[in-house]
Write a protein that binds this ligand. Structure first.
Ligand code: PFF
Length: 462
């Protein structure tokens, strides 16, 4: 089949017809967008965002978060997409190709961060798989607090972590089009439908108003606290999968015919929308049973203790909704884990010239092994989350903004290719943000995250 410009519409299996070495490509634009949204939407949206928002200023936090997404998250996302699509390489090679040898270590930091995040992310995902199976077989536990204590670490946690990494590796082994894209095209619409359905059902519950109020009551005072800015920025990066090359790697499988600016807006919008709706689904359920006390001091409390208690108390309907909610969580975690593993796998493929199969086995195996540590110790999980999930991500994003803002040539041209005129007009603003606004903000966020991590780990006094 030939398009009106004389270009073949059907792509060869492993290449986009672009100059450079052959590389796998996405089967369709929608496939790429769904895979990228799948990377972004995960435990961070359904677990961390609603809790942090309720805990850190409600609606005022949501407004701050949207501003951070627009002026920091979106530009960094575009920077990753520009590097990935222009070089068509995984992070280490991409940074080497666009910035010279001195920038390759930033790619290595990305790979190390992805490796570490997946090692503990899959432990948490394993808990959700276990809760889902428990709920199906025996119903929600009568005492979720005690049950959580039993399953959070130990042999069972190790088993479910290994199972989860194994499934992730199998999908990554399938390749970009037949593994990652196919999974995203099936799983993401499922997740969105489930979550919207639960949010609509939750709106009919008695007490939904108190739930919304708990979630969104604005507290502007909270926003004056710099640690909340750091928390919001850290959450924005984690949620958009930025600062560790996941979006860069996914963009390396894109052809240059698409408007990546428009796609970036869709990805960021969907990521925020799903996180926001998750809060609308969760809090009315907790409010209906007045379980705010169980939300407690931690995100874990909100998800693994208060919600199961509510589902159990609501009888048959509660159980069905609870199982659906857990399915959505597992799906979100899986599509995110796939992107984390793809960063590491594609780097091994490109750097060591390994086959996809071998690379996925090797990297999946190594992550499975390292993840045993957080599966055996909640303390280790906490350290890894603070280090990789907060500190490394922000540091990676800071260096990336400096690189694309000041060093990389042709980034603006890359984003202009295939772009709508409105976006082309905004590109000077994008460059300005990357050069002058994002680095100082991220520097503050970085120091605040380091302090918070040191305090949380007991290395520094409050
Ligand atoms: N964005 C995912 C979430 O919100 O759960 C987590 C994540 C996935 C972070 C992929 C980083 C990443 F590269």
């Amino acid at each position: 089949m030939i398009s009106h410009k004389g270009q073949p519409l059907l792509q060869p299996e492993t290449d986009s017809g672009e100059p450079g070495p052959p590389r796998e490509v996405w089967g369709s634009k929608l496939g790429f967008v769904l895979a990228a949204v799948g990377s972004a939407v995960g435990l961070g949206n359904m677990w961390r965002f609603p809790y942090i928002a309720a805990d850190s200023g409600g609606a005022a936090f949501v407004v701050l978060y949207i501003l951070l997404l627009l002026f920091i998250g979106l530009p960094v996302l575009l920077a990753e997409l520009a590097i990935g699509r222009s070089t068509r390489l995984s992070p280490i090679g991409a940074l080497r190709a666009s910035g010279g040898k001195r920038w390759a270590p930033l790619g290595m930091l990305f790979v190390a961060t992805g490796f570490l995040i997946l090692a503990y992310y899959s432990v948490i995902a394993g808990w959700t798989v276990r809760y889902a199976i428990d709920a199906l077989v025996t119903g929600f536990p009568a005492d979720p607090g005690a049950r959580f204590g039993e399953i959070a670490s130990g042999g069972g946690a190790v088993f479910f972590h290994l199972l989860f990494v194994g499934i992730t590796a199998l999908i990554v082994m399938g390749g970009v089009k037949k593994g990652i894209e196919r999974a995203a095209v099936i799983l993401m619409p499922t997740l969105i439908l489930i979550l919207l359905g639960i949010a609509i059902w939750a709106a009919t519950l008695d007490g939904c108003r108190e739930g919304y109020a708990f979630y969104l009551r604005p507290s502007v005072d909270d926003l004056l606290n710099p640690s909340i800015l750091a928390r919001a920025a850290g959450q924005a990066f984690f949620s958009l999968s930025l600062g560790m090359g996941a979006m860069l790697t996914y963009a390396s499988y894109l052809s240059r015919r698409e408007d990546i600016n428009g796609e970036a807006c869709v990805i960021a919008g969907a990521d925020f929308g799903i996180a926001f709706v998750a809060g609308l689904a969760i809090f009315p359920i907790i409010a209906a049973l007045s379980l705010f006390g169980d939300v407690g001091e931690s995100t874990i409390g909100a998800l693994f203790i208060a919600l199961p208690t509510a589902f159990e108390a609501m009888g048959g309907v509660g159980r069905a909704v609870g199982i659906l909610f857990l399915v959505a969580l597992v799906v979100g975690a899986l599509t995110s884990a796939i992107s984390l593993l793809e960063v590491v796998t594609s780097s091994v493929m490109d750097e060591l010239k390994a086959s996809r199969r071998k690379a996925a086995l090797l990297t999946g195996g190594a992550i499975a092994l390292i993840g045993i540590l957080p599966a055996l110790s909640l303390g280790a999980l906490d350290i890894m989350d603070h280090l990789a999930g907060d500190v490394f991500l922000v540091f990676g994003a800071l260096l990336l903004a400096l690189f694309v803002g000041w060093r990389m040539k042709g980034a603006t041209d890359e984003l202009s290719v295939g772009s709508r005129p409105i976006f082309v007009r905004l590109l000077p603003l994008w460059r300005f943000l990357l050069r002058f606004v994002i680095p100082p903000v991220l520097l503050i966020v970085f120091f605040t995250s380091v302090m918070a991590a040191l305090k949380a780990l007991g290395i520094m006094a409050d």
